[in-house]
Design a protein around this ligand. Structure first.
Ligand SMILES: [Zn+2]
Length: 209
């Protein structure tokens, strides 16, 4: 099985992607993590990515493609999470996988309404050490993480203005993937608990097993 996961910010796709990868023994390739890893390894590509990120820009399509292709060339079974983010990336991926003779099984689209995304993402405070997430007003910035004691911070990505920008970007660039993948698409309702969504996903994915 080779699949891509996409959905609006706050849809919980990262969490579901992790579970599905374990269940089907797929390499979970999260673009965010891969790019951070590349920077950490200080490779040539990593140095380029660091420059882009430090200048405050989004990593360009060519660079993200290069990073992703270097990984999917190694693995036969994988789940891509956070990629593709736009039509150009989706087309590039298909072209690359066709050359490699490893076509995608399909795409999984986890959907939630904008209001739900804003409700889920706003007021989040994150522990930079263990990843614990607390919500305001139950927690306040600077409160200690209940797991490891590190002070909780509001990530730039979780500020209300930034959430709104991310949603606009999503509608303009990522949502059109629904049409692009229409003939190999599973649409999963992302409303409910992690368990409920996981169950829907498991039932839907059985067609590609
Ligand atoms: Zn912590």
């Amino acid at each position: 099985m080779r699949i891509v996961f996409f959905g609006p910010p706050g849809s919980g796709k990262g969490t579901q992607a992790e579970r599905i990868s374990k269940r089907y023994n797929l390499h979970h390739l999260s673009t965010g993590l891969l790019l951070r890893e590349e920077i950490h390894n200080n490779s040539e590509l990593g140095k380029r990515i660091r420059k882009i990120v430090e200048s405050g820009h989004l990593v360009d399509d060519e660079t993200v493609n290069e990073e992703v292709f270097s990984k999917v060339s190694v693995y036969d079974r994988f789940l891509l999470d956070g990629y593709p983010r736009n039509l150009f990336q989706a087309e590039s991926l298909d072209a690359y996988l066709e050359e490699e003779k490893k076509p995608l099984s399909g795409a999984v689209f986890i959907t939630i309404p904008d209001a739900e995304a804003i409700g889920r993402l706003s007021g989040r405070l994150t522990c930079s050490k263990c990843g614990f997430i607390g919500k305001q007003p139950l927690y306040r910035p600077g409160d200690k993480c209940i797991r490891c004691g590190t002070p909780l911070i509001e990530r730039n990505d979780d500020r209300t203005e930034v959430i709104e920008q991310r949603l606009v970007h999503y509608h303009n660039f990522t949502k059109p993937l629904e049409k692009y993948y229409h003939d190999r698409l599973l649409i999963i309702d992302g409303i409910g608990t992690v368990e409920q969504v996981a169950l829907r996903l498991k039932e839907a994915l059985s067609i590609w097993e």
